[in-house]
Design a protein around this ligand. Sequence first.
Ligand SMILES: Nc1ncnc2c1ncn2[C@@H]1O[C@H](COP(=O)(O)OP(=O)(O)OP(=O)(O)O)[C@@H](O)[C@H]1O
Ligand SMILES: [Mg+2]
Length: 342
Amino acid sequence: MPGAIYAEGLVKTFGDVRALDGVDLDVPEGTVLGLLGPNGAGKTTTVRVLTTLLQPDSGKAVVAGIDVLKHPNEVRRSIGLSGQFAAVDEYLTGRENLQMVGQLYQMSARDAKKRAGGLLERFNLADAADRPAKTYSGGMRRRLDLAAALVVSPPVMFMDEPTTGLDPRNRQQLWEVIQELVSGGTTLLLTTQYLEEADHLAHNICVVDHGKVIARGTSDQLKARTGGERVEVVVHESEQISPAREVLLGFGKGDVAIAEHTRKLTVPVTGGAKLLAEVIRELDIRGVEIDDIGLRRPTLDDVFISLTGHAAETEAEENGEAEDARGAQGAKAKKSRKESAK
Ligand SMILES: Nc1ncnc2c1ncn2[C@@H]1O[C@H](COP(=O)(O)OP(=O)(O)OP(=O)(O)O)[C@@H](O)[C@H]1O
Ligand SMILES: [Mg+2]
């Protein structure tokens, strides 16, 4: 039996762009699917198709047991959506926004008011509840939008980058809300650029790139696929990146990734702590002064880099502010993506 969210062979093109190129998904009831992928991979397009906002060119989608293409209105009654860009009414206060959603869903005025009050507390908006939403900061808007998606408790929820722009405390709180929802039986599809978030919340993960699912599994399965440990070294001065890189190449089982700004070098290894001691000795012999060195298991970031050829792109990185955490190969992949996007 298909899960609470099911998709088969979804294709959607916009002119020359194949935004979805045969996406298959199956999310068991009461679980969280994390949809990961670089900018432009097709995450939002997938969410829009599954939430009836966009017609695919071909393929099949069933949500909460209802055919999305045949019965979009029924699907809408069974789902909640928090989009990538917050959809709140600027001129209403936070409280009014939430009450309005409740009443749209035929709650009594009293129930809608009670529900709104509870959610405003929950999302740290109680103090600002009676101000128009246009006076809210970006993170406050996002929280209001998420609260709006939770006014009614639909069996299936979609959240497109729910924690983008939230500070760490609010992100943590949203994670708690999500975990509660899911333990209550809600099925959730969430897209994120924060691999840590998928690691924390998602039972299963799909990595999409160029409109295709390029890997799927649990976070542990994906990490196991990426293989062993990594040695991470932070050198004291930028000049030492190059000699440190040579040392690491001698011990590593692959390319050395270099983050210039943070002077951090990372290389996949096999050999554990003993090898680490040897690396330290060799760096010392070459006169490389280190600020930090360690052995770590692959993170979802590593999985992402090995699958897509580059790190997850945050907004800062898009603006050219973030560190260059990619190896030479990754930088090339990113460049060609940018070019093909033109
Ligand atoms: N309405 C549209 N018209 C034309 N092209 C579109 C439209 N919507 C999406 N696309 C294109 O489809 C591709 C997938 O876009 P989508 O928004 O699904 O990516 P995404 O994975 O959500 O990216 P991001 O991480 O930046 O949110 C992109 O190349 C995008 O430019
Ligand atoms: Mg998107």
